[in-house]
Ligand binder design. Structure first.
Ligand SMILES: Cc1cc2nc3c(=O)[nH]c(=O)nc-3n(C[C@H](O)[C@H](O)[C@H](O)COP(=O)(O)OP(=O)(O)OC[C@H]3O[C@@H](n4cnc5c(N)ncnc54)[C@H](O)[C@@H]3O)c2cc1C
Ligand SMILES: NC(=O)c1ccc[n+]([C@@H]2O[C@H](COP(=O)([O-])OP(=O)(O)OC[C@H]3O[C@@H](n4cnc5c(N)ncnc54)[C@H](O)[C@@H]3O)[C@@H](O)[C@H]2O)c1
Length: 480
């Protein structure tokens, strides 16, 4: 059977939902194709469950740092209650609510595996084996996401390692968990499981959180050790084995071994593009999709501008909020191209995902929280941009001291020396997540630091750290 529609979106994660929503709002007839759960990795096995697994222990730690509240805590973390709250937030791994939203938005839903079958054609294989071919008048969007990478370490795949899916959907946390990797998933899951009382061992081949300022990873290493975890830096596994007792034994390159009940592999992602028919339009199966600023895939066969790659699968920024941002731009540009309206793909134009290059915000919900946007000092150096750095302790803001006794953290601004605008910011410490958006606004708005002196942070909030950062850069001189 064949059916014509305006737009086919393959992959109903947060990104596909956003593309479909914008294209539909622009008056196009849209079908979303999903082979698992509408809502994607983020809703059921990534952002949402991981944050709910982290939140309760973070609240407990925060209360313990405030005399008066600390004395009121008479028990330990109720892990079963944490898991029940997680189950609620992932809707017990059902997507009725999400599917209802899709229907309410006027978007068609095809449940099944979608794959390209030549330009503008998508074959959907339903769970019962039946097929439908959707022929797109205007666009096909691939928003199929990414899968975890299992590195080729001897015995690792056979040892049945956990991926992020196992870690976020756990029903019975193990007594001992080894984690391979030192990135975001490793740091967040180490924090969550240490909070549950699991004996956690992090095995990282370099420092932690390598893409952030070095002080972020150093703080998390110290924070995890403070929670009782073992953090081993500069080690790589050479062999993994699950022994007769069911334990996982990991041999490291320094010949030491680590024994645990489970091993979580958190070593990055690979594109979910192996079985989506890329070969039928002249592209390499299993590759990240190379796209332009409007998310149009370069080099796809077929006439006109028809194939888009949005979200994780294009590898621009593997974050839900950034993928959704791309999705809004892509949905709108598909409508503009379909209706012959002007396209504005200039930097910061409505159809361009410019922020992907200059202003990607990220919150790592570890102990302590680490947040960043824009360039780090090292990235600015690599880009040969001359910068000024402001560096202050978070506790220099009186709001931090009031928030928690013994508060410790650090804040950094990276400022373009020539233009005097903020290029990047990093905050590390308890509850810094909500400080990030102000920094994102400053970076995207290219706000001159001299003007920031007039953005007065309220007393006594943690935002006063902005004032301390400005003081570190120095008061502007009066115009002559
Ligand atoms: C443990 C963990 C925690 C994370 N936490 C955060 C966080 O706190 N904040 C944040 O911003 N990001 C976080 N991320 C990253 C975030 O999950 C991803 O960036 C986001 O899910 C990408 O969205 P997406 O729609 O591109 O892909 P996905 O969410 O993976 O959705 C893709 C969808 O496409 C479907 N699909 C794939 N192929 C086909 C096909 N051929 N046919 C039909 N359907 C198909 C899949 O079933 C899926 O539903 C986290 C990631 C992990 C692993
Ligand atoms: N709060 C958030 O925003 C959040 C949370 C979790 C995940 N995510 C996103 O999901 C993506 C995946 O996260 P991740 O932690 O898997 O990836 P990552 O890229 O953040 O970290 C991968 C880690 O694995 C290490 N590594 C890679 N190959 C290895 C190997 N062969 N042996 C040993 N170590 C190896 C790297 O050195 C690095 O420390 C990230 O891009 C991240 O942005 C975001």
């Amino acid at each position: 059977m064949e059916r014509e529609v305006d737009v086919v979106v393959v992959g109903g994660g947060p990104v596909g939902e956003n593309v479909a929503d914008r294209a539909r709002a622009g008056g196009l007839d849209v079908v979303l194709v999903e082979h698992e759960l509408v809502g994607g990795e983020c809703s059921y096995w990534a952002c949402v469950p991981s944050k709910t697994l982290l939140r309760s222990a973070a609240a407990l730690r925060a209360a313990r740092r405030v005399p008066g509240a600390a004395e009121a805590i008479t028990g330990e973390l109720d892990v079963a209650a944490v898991l029940r709250r997680r189950d609620f937030w992932v809707s017990d791994w059902t997507d009725d609510g999400a599917a209802k939203w899709v229907a309410g938005a006027g978007i068609g839903l095809e449940r099944g595996h979608g794959r390209l079958d030549g330009p503008r054609r998508v074959v959907v294989e339903h769970p019962d084996g039946s097929e439908v071919t959707l022929v797109a008048r205007h666009a096909v969007v691939l928003s199929t996401g990414s899968d975890p990478v299992i590195p080729p370490v001897v015995g690792l795949a056979e040892a049945e390692p956990w991926t992020s899916r196992d870690a976020t959907s756990v029903q019975h946390p193990p007594a001992r968990l080894a984690i391979i990797g030192g990135g975001v998933v490793a740091c967040e899951m180490a924090t969550a499981y240490a909070g549950f009382g699991t004996q956690v061992t992090v095995l990282a081949r370099s420092g932690l959180l390598g893409r952030m300022e070095a002080f972020a990873g150093e703080a998390v290493a110290a924070g995890l050790r403070g929670l009782g975890a073992t953090v081993r830096l500069g080690v790589e596994p050479t062999q993994v084995e699950r022994n007769a007792s069911g334990e996982v034994v990991i041999t490291l390159d320094d010949e030491s071994t680590v024994t645990a009940d489970e091993v979580l592999v958190a070593t990055g992602r690979t594109p979910r593009s192996r079985t989506v028919g890329l070969e039928s339009v002249g592209l390499e199966p299993g590759s990240w999709l190379t796209v332009d600023e409007t998310m149009l895939v370069a080099d796809a066969q077929g006439d006109g501008e028809w194939l888009y790659g949005v979200g994780d699968v294009n590898h621009r920024a593997l974050l839900t909020h950034e993928g959704k941002y791309q999705g809004r731009a892509a949905g709108d540009v598909i409508v503009a191209r379909a209706l012959g309206r002007p396209v504005d793909a200039t930097p910061w134009g409505v159809h361009a995902a410019t922020a992907d290059h200059a202003a990607v915000p990220q919150v790592v919900f570890a102990e302590p929280e680490c947040v960043s946007v824009g360039l780090t000092e090292a990235e600015a150096a690599r880009a040969a941009v001359e910068v000024r750095i402001a560096d202050v302790p978070m506790q220099s803001a009186s709001g931090a001291g009031i928030l928690a006794d013994g508060y410790e953290g650090r804040a950094r601004l990276v400022v373009d020396a020539e233009r005097g605008v903020v290029l990047g910011a990093t905050f590390v410490g308890q509850d810094v997540a909500e400080l990030l958006h102000a920094a994102t606004v400053a970076v995207v708005g290219e706000v001159p630091v001299d003007r920031l002196w007039h953005a007065v942070p309220a007393f006594p909030t943690m935002s006063e750290v902005w004032l301390r950062l400005l003081e570190d850069l120095g008061r502007p001189k009066a115009a002559a």
